[in-house]
Design a protein around this ligand. Structure first.
Ligand SMILES: [Zn+2]
Ligand SMILES: [Zn+2]
Length: 403
């Protein structure tokens, strides 16, 4: 109990600085894989806290390592760093100073929250049974992004568990959310180009009508979710673009279409990819048309570990009260935290950052996006206490084993 009070006091003390860090970053957004100044800013703060750092991990990523005074497991905490190519339309003192760029997803708040957590944890080294890695990850907003590269460059070597949060403006500030198993979808893209044979609109027997083939293909693709996917599982196949033809009396020789696939399960994901290819091949063959196709895999689904999600529910209820902790609805958005969770156990969480009373209602990636800055404090508290809980449990298990 006493440790918690010290942590709360320290967090409240550093909170104004966390807000000023967030606002500085908000004014100076950098796009994916261009986070040079952001990385410099983070490195400087971590070094001031006496935390050892490694630069340029997976791009401009920074890994901070805090070694506790006692032996124990390694816990990783992650924040993403990049902004978006969006014009900031907020009317406030800390609006983006760079035209056409904006922190419209809250990653500035993620950085400030994790720096705040690092500050507090760095001042209680003598209580830490193990080490904490602070992963500041570049390029979450593009595919392929920074997480996959950080993992490939060994950022998770020797790490036992990982936690990450996303501040979420569509959830009220004060509340926190997660769910065991799939939480955010795998988001893939497909592109199909059908080649028929052009001709006179009045002489169809001499042509292969790519608009007819494409139209049948769109209808046939809609049978995948309804006929090939277990009805108790969630999946989406949407055709989002369809381009063909240019004149009323010409049979079009080409038809281009593209779409997105959203899934939570790797097997279903593979099955859908296969079925899109089969249906395209057979629909085209039926008419003697040719095709080219491309299936581009986005981030895999974010799948939370059961034990670590239970830890979230227990720790969060203890910190914020039962009524503030919710089971997260599934999100069809993608997030490359999934790559960490494919390597080691962990838990991804949403921290409520919306506040209709203050007019903070815009969704993510919106030109008026903002957060209630108290959410940064909640994110930091959550990450600190999850780390301590994990370390203390490992320490207790080991002491019991030694008795
Ligand atoms: Zn985003
Ligand atoms: Zn984001």
């Amino acid at each position: 109990m006493e440790v918690r009070m010290i942590i709360n006091e320290q967090l409240e003390r550093i909170y104004p600085e966390m807000v000023s860090w967030r606002r500085y970053l908000h004014e100076h957004p950098e796009l994916s894989f261009q986070e040079v100044n952001t990385a410099r800013f983070i490195a400087e703060k971590l070094e001031q806290m006496g935390i050892e750092i490694t630069r340029n991990v997976g791009g401009h990523g920074i890994v901070g390592r805090l070694k506790g005074e006692k032996a124990g497991p390694v816990v990783a905490l992650r924040a993403d760093m990049d902004a978006l190519p969006i014009q900031d339309e907020k009317d406030c003192a800390y609006a983006s100073k760079i035209s056409g760029r904006m922190h419209a997803c809250g990653h500035d708040g993620h950085i400030a929250g994790l720096l705040g957590a690092a500050y507090v944890l760095s001042r209680m080294k003598e209580h830490l049974h193990g080490s904490i890695l602070f992963l500041f990850q570049p390029a979450e907003e593009v595919n392929p992004g920074g997480a996959e590269r950080m993992v490939a460059e060994g950022a998770l070597d020797g790490v036992d568990v990982i936690y990450g949060v996303h501040l979420w403006s569509q959830f009220p500030v004060g509340k926190v959310y997660s769910v065991t198993g799939p939480m955010m979808a795998a988001a893939d893209e497909f592109l199909i180009e059908i080649s028929g044979k052009g001709g006179h609109g009045g002489v169809p027997q001499e042509s292969i009508d790519s608009i007819l083939v494409g139209s049948q293909l769109v209808v046939n693709l809609q049978t995948i979710v309804s006929r090939n996917v277990d009805p108790t599982s969630a999946a989406v196949v949407s055709v989002g673009s369809f381009h063909s033809g240019s004149s009323f009396n010409v049979i079009a020789d080409r038809c281009k279409l593209s779409g997105t696939v959203r899934t939570f399960d790797e097997q279903i994901r593979r099955r859908i990819e296969e079925r899109i290819h089969e249906i395209t091949a057979h629909t085209c063959a039926m008419h003697g048309a040719q095709y080219e196709w491309n299936y581009i895999r986005g981030y895999p689904a974010v799948v939370n570990d059961a034990t670590e999600t239970q830890r979230f529910f227990r720790v969060a209820a203890d910190l914020f009260g039962n009524e503030q902790v919710e089971r997260s609805p599934l999100s069809m958005a993608g997030e490359d935290f999934s790559y960490y969770l494919q390597s080691i156990p962990g838990c991804y969480m949403f921290v409520g950052a919306g506040n209709p009373d203050k007019g903070i209602v815009a969704p993510h990636h919106h030109p008026e996006f903002d957060i209630d800055e108290r959410s940064i404090l909640h994110a930091a508290r959550l990450m600190i206490h999850l780390s301590l809980d994990y370390m203390n449990e490992a320490w207790q298990t080991r002491s019991l084993a030694q008795e």
